[in-house]
Design a protein around this ligand. Structure first.
Ligand SMILES: [Zn+2]
Length: 301
C-alpha cells in the first residue's frame, strides 16, 4: 500500500484502571540505564542566560534600548548554555524522558497489516520528524489516526498501557538517578554549551507496574530493547543531539529486579522466569519489528 494513505488504528475500550486478579501484574521493576556513547544529554528545560551589563554612557533613550537589546542578543547567542537536569544536585534522567523514549520506540517499530496498525503516534507526529529520524524509523512516515479517548472512549493498545489524554497510564516512571556519573562541559557549536554525561555512567530508577497483563509487560520490556531479562538490552538512541552528533545519545536498559506488590497476580519468580516469553509474545501480538538504531545512526553519514 502507499505510504500516503492513512492507517486505521485498532482501538478498543481501555482496561479498567486498578483492576486486580491473576491476570494483572503489580510491582516495581528496578532498572538501570547505561551510557554507551561518548556522551548523552537530556534537556532540563532550564536555560542559563548570562546577561550583559547595561551600558552607562548612552544618553538617548532609543539608543539605550537598541543598544541593550542588540547587546543582549549578541551576548545571549554567545553564552546560552544548557544545564543537565538535576535534583538536589544529583544528576537525573527525568522519568518522563524514559517513558517517552520507550513509548516512541514501540510506536515507531510497529508495522501495518492490511491497512491496520496497533498504535497511534503519541510521541512523534508524522510530518514534524527530522529527516534523520525518518531515515532511522521509516515507520514514522506512515500517517495514522490519533487516539481521542475523551470523545471515542476507545484507545489503541499502546495508549491503553501508557495512557492518553483523560486516561491514566498503567506504568509510572521515577526519575533515574545517577549512581556513577561523570560529566563534561561540551561546546556543541559556537555559543551552545551543554553539560553532557559521559560514557559508562549509570542511572538507576523504578518503573511502577500498575495492573499490566503479562503480554503488556512484554511490550514494555520490548520497548526497552530487552530480549532476555537480566541482560543488557540492545542500544537505544536517547536524549538530545542523538541525531546531530555521532558521539552523543546511545544508552541501554537492563532490568535489575522485580518486586511484586502483595496483590500482584504474578510473583517475582514467575515474572523473572517467564518475562522472556512475554517479550516474544508481545513482538507477535503488537506487530513489532526491531530497528537497529545504532547501525541506522552510523549510516546517516
Ligand atoms: Zn493511541
Amino acid at each position: 500500500m502507499s505510504t500516503h494513505s492513512r492507517l486505521v488504528v485498532i482501538k478498543k475500550s481501555p482496561t479498567p484502571r486498578n483492576i486486580v486478579g491473576k491476570e494483572f501484574i503489580y510491582g516495581i521493576l528496578s532498572t538501570e540505564i547505561k551510557v554507551l556513547s561518548k556522551y548523552i544529554f537530556v534537556d532540563s528545560g532550564r536555560l542559563t542566560r548570562h546577561l550583559p551589563e547595561v551600558p552607562t554612557k548612552v544618553y538617548n533613550t532609543e539608543r539605550i534600548i537598541s543598544s541593550i537589546s542588540s547587546k543582549i542578543e549578541a551576548e545571549t547567542r554567545a553564552f546560552v548554555s544548557y544545564n543537565y537536569p538535576s535534583r538536589t544536585r544529583e544528576l537525573v534522567v527525568p522519568g518522563s524522558s524514559v517513558k517517552g523514549n520507550i513509548r516512541a520506540r514501540i510506536e515507531l517499530s510497529m508495522y501495518p497489516r492490511d491497512g491496520n496498525i496497533k498504535s497511534c503516534f503519541s510521541v512523534w507526529r508524522s510530518g514534524r520528524a527530522s529527516w534523520r529520524h525518518v531515515k532511522i524509523f521509516p515507520g514514522s512516515k506512515l500517517s495514522r489516526e490519533g487516539c481521542d479517548y475523551l470523545n471515542e472512549y476507545k484507545v489503541c493498545p499502546v495508549c491503553d498501557v501508557f495512557g492518553s489524554s483523560g486516561l491514566a497510564s498503567r506504568v509510572f516512571f521515577s526519575d533515574f538517578i545517577c549512581k556513577q556519573c561523570d560529566t563534561e562541559n561540551i561546546s556543541v557549536r559556537k555559543g551552545f554549551r551543554v553539560e553532557a554525561v559521559k560514557k559508562d555512567s549509570i542511572f538507576i530508577g523504578n518503573m511502577w507496574i500498575a495492573g499490566l497483563r503479562r503480554i503488556e509487560v512484554g511490550l514494555l520490556l520490548w520497548g526497552m530493547g530487552i530480549d532476555h531479562i537480566g541482560r543488557e538490552g540492545m542500544p537505544a538512541l536517547f536524549g538530545r543531539l542523538k541525531y546531530a552528533r555521532p558521539d552523543f545519545g546511545v544508552i541501554s536498559y537492563r532490568v535489575l529486579d522485580f518486586t511484586p506488590a502483595t496483590y500482584s497476580g504474578v510473583d517475582r519468580e514467575e515474572f523473572l522466569s517467564n518475562a522472556d516469553n512475554w517479550i516474544k509474545e508481545a513482538e507477535d501480538e503488537y506487530w513489532l519489528k526491531r530497528v537497529d538504531e545504532l547501525s541506522a545512526k552510523e549510516n546517516l553519514g
